[in-house]
Design a protein around this ligand. Structure first.
Ligand SMILES: Cc1cc2nc3c(=O)[nH]c(=O)nc-3n(C[C@H](O)[C@H](O)[C@H](O)COP(=O)(O)OP(=O)(O)OC[C@H]3O[C@@H](n4cnc5c(N)ncnc54)[C@H](O)[C@@H]3O)c2cc1C
Length: 266
């Protein structure tokens, strides 16, 4: 089995659901300090076994190929040796079924570069920030919060996390704890297919914005001059919520244009 490019070791694996896991890896060599919200690559060779609950891959891969994909880092930005990832298994995918087969002690490839422009550097320290996520799109916000929540006491920071079921709300405990511990942080989870015992919201994200729930529960306004919006996750959610926000005066920040709407699609 080829292993010459592997440069990191799995130190923790938390299987949250059959197709969702938190994977922590320790790199053999430290990386540079990064910006919260950035991503790197994980890689495994095509010869590695696939998880028991995966399906045959849609596009077969050669055994000697190092399959690499981008993954956001959930860790705080000052971590330089241990990195946390939150990964969803695509059952017919090339890499994720192999990542889901990993166990503690196994070797893996981690890219040397940590890159990406999805970060808080454009949001002034007193600007309010609304972070909206579906699925593993919550990952960069965990890094934002672990890195910056204490540094921004004058900024209201809100996470709106949407999922079908409660078990799909990754980092629910950590986000609930932050909500109770920091007066400037608000956690608004919402479920579209909740059971009877769910006490929280049952709205689509656009409905939460349209109905004024955001303003009522946090005091944060949908005001492009004051509030910066971040969207991360499913491309359909990103498209629909971007459209709602642009209809309400927001402009998407790109390399060439200024704006207070920041977008990352997985
Ligand atoms: C900047 C960036 C950050 C990312 N961060 C994360 C992260 O934190 N966690 C994470 O789980 N993923 C993340 N991804 C997605 C990741 O890079 C892979 O695309 C994903 O894990 C699938 O890889 P695969 O090799 O298993 O599937 P592939 O073999 O690449 O894909 C097989 C097919 O599945 C479909 N597919 C691809 N991705 C998904 C998906 N997420 N859900 C459903 N179907 C899909 C595609 O249509 C594709 O044709 C990120 C992507 C980018 C660009």
């Amino acid at each position: 089995m080829p292993a010459h490019k592997y440069n990191a070791t799995v130190v923790q694996k938390i299987q949250i659901r059959p197709n969702l896991m938190i994977l922590r890896v320790a790199t053999d060599e430290p990386r540079s300090e990064f910006s919260a919200g950035q991503y790197t690559t994980l890689g495994l060779y095509g010869s590695e076994p696939r998880s028991a609950n995966s399906e045959p891959e849609a596009i077969p891969v050669k055994p000697e190929k190092l399959i690499q994909r981008a993954y956001s880092i959930a860790s705080a930005r000052h971590e330089t040796r241990q990195f946390e990832f939150y990964i969803s298994q695509v059952k017919t995918g090339q890499l994720t079924p192999r990542l889901f087969h990993l166990e503690v002690g196994d070797k893996v490839f981690v890219g040397r570069r940590i890159v990406g422009v999805f970060n808080l550097s454009n949001a002034p320290k007193d600007a309010d920030v609304v972070m909206i996520a579906t699925g593993t799109g919550i990952t960069p916000y965990i890094s934002f919060l672990r890195s910056h929540v204490m540094e921004r006491p004058k900024s209201k920071m809100v996470v709106i996390q949407a999922a079908a079921h409660q078990g799909d709300l990754g980092y629910f405990s950590e986000l609930s704890f932050l909500d109770s511990a920091f007066p400037n942080f608000y956690y608004l989870p919402t479920l579209t297919d909740a059971g009877d015992t769910w006490p929280g919201h049952r709205l689509w994200i656009e409905e939460m914005l349209e109905s004024g729930v955001l303003g009522q529960e946090t005091g944060v306004a949908c005001d492009p001059k004051r509030t910066h919006f971040y969207l991360c996750g499913n491309p359909v959610m990103v498209k629909n919520v971007s459209q709602w926000l642009t209809e309400h005066g927001y402009q998407k920040k790109t390399r060439r244009t200024e704006g207070t709407l920041f977008v990352e699609e997985f």
